[in-house]
Design a protein around this ligand. Structure first.
Ligand code: ADP
Length: 329
């Protein structure tokens, strides 16, 4: 009996020791996150000057600031700087830097440019082209004639169509590079001083307009009100589902950023769209603009126009009605 007791105690001790060993040897911070290699985008921390806080993103605060030697021929450039909360885990730092790295592949006038990255530091930063009027959703709301702050002038139809064209142009570029956005919405476009609009966000952000997103079981948090029926039903995303979302962005521009399918719960919207539903023509929306929405909301993805076709059609409209030659650069 004594021998059996000793054996049980020994086996127990061995198991305890092994568990301890296993626990010590696994460091979750390093599992499957990879590494970020500094490259030609790397700039010294001292070259970045933070001024005022202008927003709050998924990872941390966003500041207006200045950066030295990030644009050829300019000593100092006005920039937007994304920062990371202090004391983040290694995996969070990697996620932050990798999300910003997506932008390195893009070179289009209507896609916000990444200008630099500070990674060799305790507090990483991502330096981007500065878009002084912030995100398009907030901008549209503050340009409403009855907006409380009267911060922005009401937009003319020509300006609205111009914005629609610029977003389509940015998306046409992205779809040509085979990039599928999955989260195109006014909240993810940014507005420049001169009202140029650019595609500005390349990660699933959900802090600023949290109610725009909805958790579908295991599939994560999704922007259902902007999603095509095939994405809602089968989880399929491609440039054609981005075109559907673009149709919702047109609707947001036409309504000065009302909430799509207002009054319906997220699960009702999902059912409604899967069953072939779509939104009605907004008040005062020109028929041609609504016709474009309807084309983007064609149930069959292959029947929707491509972004390149949308750009051509909007350029034609601007030309016919306002003698505006083009919004290409
Ligand atoms: P994240 O993707 O990390 O969640 P966002 O891109 O949504 O962060 O940024 C949060 C807010 O910061 C935006 O809503 C916008 O107001 C502001 N912002 C982000 N990038 C810029 C920029 N390049 N220029 C000006 N403001 C910006």
């Amino acid at each position: 009996v004594a021998a059996i007791f000793i054996i049980i105690v020994l086996v127990g001790l061995v198991l305890l020791w092994r568990n301890r060993f296993t626990y010590v040897s696994v460091n979750p911070e390093y599992s499957s996150v990879g590494v970020y290699e500094p490259d030609e985008y790397e700039i010294a921390e001292d070259n970045v000057e933070l001024l005022t806080e202008i927003g709050h993103g998924h990872f941390g605060k966003v500041f207006e600031g200045f950066a030295k030697q990030v644009v050829k021929g300019e000593k100092k450039t006005r920039v937007a700087v994304k920062t990371l909360h202090g004391n983040e885990s290694v995996s969070k730092r990697m996620e932050f830097l990798k999300e910003a790295s997506v932008m390195k592949a893009f070179n289009s006038h209507h896609v916000v440019r990444l200008l630099g990255v500070v990674s060799i530091t305790k507090r990483p930063m991502v330096v981007m082209e500065f878009m002084s009027k912030g995100d398009l959703k907030t901008y549209l709301r503050s340009s409403r004639p009855d907006a409380e702050d009267h911060k922005e002038e009401p937009l003319t139809l020509q300006q609205k169509l111009q914005m629609c064209g610029e977003i389509a142009d940015g998306m046409s570029y992205l779809s040509e590079t085979k990039y599928v956005h999955r989260d195109l919405a006014a909240r993810n476009c940014l507005v420049h001083d001169d009202l140029t609009v650019k595609i500005g966000d390349f990660g699933l952000t959900r802090d600023v307009y949290e109610t725009d997103y909805y958790r579908i079981d295991s599939r994560g948090i999704l922007p259902v009100r902007w999603m095509a029926p095939e994405s809602l039903k089968d989880g399929v995303f491609d440039s054609r589902s981005d075109v559907w979302s673009y149709g919702v962005v047109l609707w947001e521009i036409a309504t000065l950023a009302e909430q799509p399918y207002q009054g319906q719960q997220h699960d009702q919207v999902t059912r409604f769209v899967i069953d072939g539903g779509y939104m009605e023509k907004p008040k005062d929306c020109p028929k041609k603009l609504y016709d474009m929405m309807l084309m983007c909301w064609h149930y069959s993805p292959s029947m929707r126009p491509t972004f390149t076709e949308i750009v051509a059609s909007l350029a034609q409209d601007l030309n016919d009605h306002f003698k505006q030659v083009s919004f290409f650069y």
